[in-house]
Every structure is written in C-alpha cells, then in structure tokens.
Design a protein around this ligand. Structure first.
Ligand code: SAM
Length: 381
C-alpha cells in the first residue's frame, strides 16, 4: 500500500502478507499522529515509537532516527522488510524490546494504543523511565476502541491528560508533565488450580485464570512415553508446556511465541535443562521431522483483527516439523471448523473430544508406528 508523506512515496506492506484486502498496514490513527507532529520542530528530538505493527511510523519518520519499541518478532520483521522495500538503510534502525531503554532521554513518544489496557500501562511504565520532564506523549487509537480505562491509566503516569477531537474516526490522547518514575510490579497471575498459580506480564493470554479452551485441551491430552520432543506452539505464559512437563519431565520441551512478553512470562513459569524458549513467529528454525508432539491453543485474534491465515500458515509449518509418527493436537472454537484446513496438510484428522464450544483435533502426517511395521513386514514377505 502506497502512502505519500512530505512528497515522498512509501510502500508499506503487511508482514505476514494477507489476501484479506480489508486488513491494512496502517489506519487513521497513524495518520492523525503524523498530522499532529507535522509542524513540530523535531530536528534533534529523541522520538520513541510503541506498537507500530508494520513499521508505518518507523518508515515515514525514518529521517528522525526514532527508537522503535517492538513487542512482536513479526513486528521487527515487518519494520525491517518495509525499510528495505523503501530503500532506507538499516544502519539507523534502532529497535528496542520492552526490557531495554534508549540511551538518551525521550522528548516525544508516539504510542499506538494496544487492545490490552494492561499492556498500555506496561508501555507507559517503560516510557516513564526515559521521558523528559518537558516531554510529550501522543497516544493514537480508533474512536470505537476508546475505553475510560485509557484515561485512568494515562493519569497514573502523567499530570496532564488531554483528548483531541476525533478525526476520520480516530482520536489522540496528549500526555504532558510526567510524574516521577516509580518502580512498579506489573506482573499478573493466572490461576491454573488451587496448587498452581502462574505469573505473566500484561497483555499475555489469559490473565486471571487459565483459559477454558486450554483447560479442556489439557483435560483431554496425556503425554506418552514416546513423546520425547514436544513443542508448545503459541505458548503464552507456558501453561500447556508446564502441565505436560510436570507429567513427563524427561521430554525435551520447546516453547515458541511471537509476543516477547509471552516468552518472558513462560520463562517465569517453567525451567529445566531440556526446556528451550523461542521468540519467533514461525517454525523455520526447526528441522524437518523434529517433534513427536506439537500442542497448541492456536491464535486467531490479533489485537482488534481476526486473521486465520496466520494460523493456517503455522499448521503448514507443523506438518513439516512433525515426525512421521508424531501428533499435532489443538483446541479450537467449534465455529472455526478447522478440520477442512487441517486436511490440506495432514493425512489423518481425528476428533479426540468436543463440547458445545470447543473441538480437540489430533492430526497426523502418515501412519502409526505399528502400521509402518505392518507395512514393512508385508514388503519383506
Ligand atoms: C490463544 S493463545 C494461547 C496461549 C497459551 N498456549 C494458553 O493456552 O494459554 C495463542 C498464542 O499464540 C501466540 N501467537 C500469535 N501468533 C503467533 C505466531 N505467528 N507464532 C507463534 N505464536 C504466535 C500469541 O501471542 C498467544 O500467546
């Protein structure tokens, strides 16, 4: 998608790509942020950008060498791909994660307000460590996503909180006069049962209590001795891996998530010599035929969007990394009707359990071990 800013043409694509033309690489709140700062003297100002999902702001404001605070591996990849597409050198790219801070004090921060208000607070907490006393923060969002909590959270960190008029159905909050930085523990709990309460960072799936679908999955699945190498795909706080690991601590356990705070949360909840964490949005780093068991409560909500394409792409990757005798077990909302999609990548799909809301699918690549043996015997005759 092409955008013209200050007479320059920028091509901003989505990563991962989508065939859904209604999903865009930016929205009116990004444009509102740009319009607001257009006449500000930004020359040598230190700019910090949060939640710029596809790098729209990173590309258009490239000349100011902003710091981009990234929370997703796919976001980092999108920013890099778009800079390259627009022939902007990566030499000036400054990516930060939420546990690192810019070397200089911040004059201006631009925040695309996330869906999770806990995550919004986490952004402000991070920012409050580097913002100058004279600094300003602009928070952009679509009016339909406004909640009163945004104002409350902003007021925890800033003495001046102002709302701008709506423009093209987008709004801005303008925050000034930051309060003094205070160390705060923003970790949340996730109660699995009366004996097990996991810790997690804000914005990580499912704060408070274990998700009902994940619970149904764990009530259905049991690890087998042959499950020597296991993957928890989209691990969140690591609850699935944790419960499987408690049942079979001898297995080699891999956990992967696209969200950095999910991986950081999982690290708080599970550890061991044979436990490995991966911060990535695909399975390209794993060899073919690697896992005996892949387990997942797969994602399909991404902030305010639903996008099944990401999920289907993950299924395709699983088919490659799963051993011939391996099992891919997922829980899904009934209405998603995943069996038709799974059939494209796996030979055998079974429903292990279902209730009025969820279905548990077990997918396999080819034959069970015994079947392979039987086949072998037949060939030997
Ligand atoms: C429905 S949650 C499940 C979390 C956890 N397994 C549980 O059961 O509570 C899906 C997870 O997938 C992650 N995710 C989204 N896209 C991903 C991708 N491309 N690769 C890996 N993880 C992804 C999300 O960040 C989220 O943590």
């Amino acid at each position: 998608m092409i955008y013209i800013y200050k007479d320059k043409k920028f091509n901003i694509m989505r990563y991962p790509r989508t065939s859904n033309t209604s999903l865009r690489s930016w929205n009116a709140s990004d444009e509102y942020l740009l319009n607001f700062i257009e006449d500000l003297p930004l020359g040598d100002k230190q700019i910090l950008i949060y939640n710029d999902r596809f790098g729209f702001l990173a590309n258009l404001l490239y000349d100011y060498h902003p710091f981009n605070v990234c929370s997703y591996k796919s976001q980092e990849k999108a920013i890099i791909k778009n800079l390259e597409n627009n022939r902007l050198s990566l030499d000036h790219l400054q990516l930060l994660d939420l546990f690192a801070y810019p070397g200089k004090k911040t004059d201006l921060a631009l925040i695309k307000v996330p869906k999770s208000m806990g995550l919004f607070r986490f952004y402000l907490q991070h920012l409050s460590k580097s913002i100058k006393k004279t600094g300003m923060v602009l928070c952009g969002f679509m009016t339909r996503h406004f909640t009163g909590q945004m104002l409350q959270i902003a007021a925890e960190y800033f003495d001046e909180v102002e709302q701008n008029l709506a423009w093209k159905k987008a709004r801005l909050l303008i925050l000034k006069k930051p309060k003094n930085y205070l160390q705060r523990d923003l970790l949340e709990n996730c109660e699995v049962n009366s004996d097990l309460v996991l810790k997690q960072y804000p914005g990580v799936f499912s704060s408070g209590t274990m998700d009902a679908a994940s619970r149904f999955l764990m009530d259905t699945v049991s690890v087998q001795v042959k499950d020597k190498v296991i993957l928890d795909l989209g691990c969140g706080n690591g609850v699935l891996a944790k419960l499987l690991h408690d049942d079979n601590s001898k297995a080699e356990m891999h956990l992967i998530d696209d969200f950095s705070l999910a991986v950081a949360s999982a690290k708080l909840n599970i550890s061991g010599k044979k436990v490995f964490f991966h911060y990535d949005d695909n399975l390209k780093s794993f060899d073919n035929n690697f896992f005996n068991l892949v387990i997942s409560n797969p994602p399909f909500h991404f902030e305010h969007e639903n996008n099944i394409e990401v999920t289907l792409d993950l299924f395709k990757h699983v088919a490659r990394v799963l051993k011939d005798t391996g099992r891919f077990i997922i829980v899904a909302n009934r209405h998603l009707n995943y069996s038709t999609h799974l059939e494209k990548y796996f030979n055998q799909i079974d429903i292990l359990a279902e209730n009025d809301k969820y279905v548990i699918y077990e997918s396999k690549n080819i034959f069970e071990e015994e079947e392979i043996l039987e086949d072998d015997t037949r060939f030997n005759v």
